[in-house]
Design a protein around this ligand. Structure first.
Ligand SMILES: NC(=O)c1ccc[n+]([C@@H]2O[C@H](COP(=O)([O-])OP(=O)(O)OC[C@H]3O[C@@H](n4cnc5c(N)ncnc54)[C@H](OP(=O)(O)O)[C@@H]3O)[C@@H](O)[C@H]2O)c1
Length: 311
């Protein structure tokens, strides 16, 4: 089968011919038709998890994937051949990811059925970014009418955060340039702030002198996040997906939150799929590229919504 691999941490990605994995006891083989791209894919390729998990090489990249169950191992009860499924294809040993024609997961991993109304391609965009956004909104416990500033709103996680914060009743302020302002408004942003024109802190302070209640930050380094945190009122909350929060300093200012590591698994993914199925959340797929062109989009800057590989 074709797959996108690296032969060592940090080596260039390449398309390789790999053996089709067979499902053992309790495991499910999925014939993948689409795989969602995340910044994490490049991090894994460069060894982000090398001290946390064993890895097999050549390492097949990709976490998010969707397709059809093509075989089941002995003892599998939750899935049958032909089921459409979506999941996170990252279990130890790492290196058997979703950027491939087939992958295998234990049936009790993060693997769930796709509701009939959702396409397989759209579902593949959901797991990492969508569930992270849902985890963040759950953690922040937003109350209706609160002001929520989202920095990095135009990408994968941000496009879900804007929607889920709006559904929670927030007044959403999203960072976006003029070309993306309409899309942010469609997803539920009440306002946008052009981060290329002026520092976000200054722009938001000008229009909201009393500050904001919640800051979700997906892109700022620690110093920049510390500046933005000055916008957050006492009793508010700040979350970073990239480890930029100084939790001690937050507590000193009586602000909740911290650095978030999404732990969302099958129940959380199923809950989000249900919200999509109900029509409350849309899956913002902005680009679909063939598997053979994966290297041109993995780790590329300037993401808009989600990019999906068609396999
Ligand atoms: N901790 C966790 O569990 C977890 C889970 C998921 C993701 N993450 C991390 O969270 C980050 C965001 O993930 P993602 O999937 O949303 O990434 P993404 O799809 O690449 O989106 C990032 C977005 O931020 C924008 N951006 C970059 N610099 C900016 C700035 N200074 N101000 C405002 N916007 C800016 C980018 O647009 P431009 O480049 O055009 O500015 C892009 O639209 C990544 O680092 C990812 O690894 C962590």
């Amino acid at each position: 089968m074709r797959a996108i691999v690296v032969r060592k941490f940090g080596e260039p990605m390449e398309t390789a011919e790999m053996p089709v994995p067979e499902p053992g006891a309790g495991a499910v083989q999925v014939q993948l038709t689409a795989a969602g791209v995340n910044p994490f894919d490049l991090r894994m390729a460069t060894g982000y998890l090398k001290n946390a998990l064993p890895h097999d090489f050549p390492m097949i990249l990709g976490v998010d994937g969707a397709g059809t169950v093509s075989a089941v191992g002995p003892g599998v009860t939750r899935f049958e051949v032909g089921d459409r499924v979506v999941g996170k294809f990252l279990v130890p040993p790492a290196g058997h990811g979703s950027f491939a024609e087939y992958s295998v997961l234990p049936e009790d991993a993060t693997l769930v059925h796709i509701p009939a109304k959702i396409t397989t391609l759209a579902a593949a965009a959901l797991p990492t970014a969508g569930v992270t956004a849902q985890d963040m909104v759950d953690a922040a416990a937003i109350r209706p009418g609160q002001k929520v500033l989202i920095v990095g709103a135009t990408g994968g996680v941000g496009s879900f955060l804007v929607q889920l914060s709006n559904i929670a009743g927030a007044h959403v302020i999203a960072t976006a340039g003029p070309a993306d302002a309409d899309q942010m408004a469609r997803l539920g942003a009440a306002e946008t702030v052009d981060y290329h024109r002026a520092p976000v802190e200054d722009s938001v302070r000008f229009t909201h002198p009393d500050g904001v209640d919640v800051l979700f930050d997906l892109v700022s380094a620690p110093d920049a996040l510390a500046d933005l945190t000055r916008l957050v009122r006492t009793g508010g909350a700040v979350y970073s997906t990239i480890g930029s929060v100084d939790e001690q300093r937050l507590r000193e200012r009586e602000i909740r939150g911290g650095n978030i590591e999404s732990r969302g698994a099958a129940p959380e993914l199923a809950r989000l799929l249900h919200r999509v199925d109900e029509g409350d959340v849309v899956i913002p797929v902005a680009a679909t590229v063939p598997l053979s062109e994966a290297a041109s989009v993995i780790g590329a800057p300037g993401a808009r919504g989600k990019t999906v590989l068609a396999i």
